[in-house]
Design a protein around this ligand. Structure first.
Ligand SMILES: N[C@@H](CCC(=O)N[C@@H](CS)C(=O)NCC(=O)O)C(=O)O
Length: 214
């Protein structure tokens, strides 16, 4: 059976759980904390990051690479659009969200959630304000112009939608919600992604694992 190394709550691990559930592929979760410095884990993922997926002889890191593998190995139901240009755009959203947007949105999560609860440190609220007021809005302006007012980015629900929403789900655990009067389409997409049944099921497990009441 496929093994996924990681923990609930990571925006990257979440993508892999959703992809596997959506495609109906069974898997086992091997609990692996990020930032653990676990030497045994470094042998299968030299970056020490989560997720890592093991499928038989194949050991793969990076959520984008893993989700692309899953799409090729288990094409139906599809999570990426068939049209070549749309498919490339889906890659771009995953790239943008997985890097700059995640860095900012999970920066809020890291400061307000991880620091106090996991590291017993005070959040850097000055940094959080800079993210919310200066650094995140240009990304949200861009995404607002990209996502539809109704439905999903490429019609059917897909990984591009999950990738766009995922960092903001983490930010919401730290009390930050996308302002729906300023970014109505983006806020609406995040709400629809959270309500998609496979996503909702993963978020339920995540809430239990993280001790959140939802
Ligand atoms: N590009 C990677 C990023 C993975 C990542 O940064 N995961 C975080 C957890 S949310 C992590 O493991 N961080 C630990 C570290 O940076 O050492 C992916 O898409 O899987």
């Amino acid at each position: 059976m496929i093994k996924v190394y990681g923990v609930h709550g990571s925006p990257f691990v979440r993508k892999v759980f959703i992809a596997l559930d959506f495609k109906g592929v069974p898997y086992e979760i091997v609990r692996q904390m990020p930032f653990s410095g676990d030497q045994d884990y470094l042998k299968i993922n030299p970056l020490g990051k989560v997720p890592t997926l093991v499928d038989g002889d194949l050991t793969l890191a990076d959520s984008k690479v893993i989700c692309r593998y899953l799409e090729r190995a288990y094409p139906e139901p599809a999570l990426y659009p068939a049209d070549v240009a749309d498919n490339a755009m889906a890659d771009w959203y995953e790239e943008l969200s997985g890097n700059q947007v995640t860095e900012l949105a999970t920066g809020i999560f890291f400061q307000r959630f991880m620091r106090p609860f996991a590291f017993k440190e005070e959040p850097d609220e000055e940094l959080v304000s800079r993210i919310i007021e200066e650094r995140l809005p240009p990304m949200q302006d861009y995404l607002e112009g990209q996502v539809p007012a109704e439905g999903f980015r490429f019609g059917a629900f897909g990984m591009a939608d999950v990738a766009i929403a995922s960092p903001f789900i983490n930010a919401s655990y730290a009390g930050y919600e996308v302002d729906d009067s300023r970014w109505p389409s983006l806020a609406g997409l995040i709400t629809r992604v959270k309500a998609q049944p496979h996503v909702a099921a993963v978020l339920e497990k995540e809430a239990r694992a993280m001790g959140l009441s939802r």
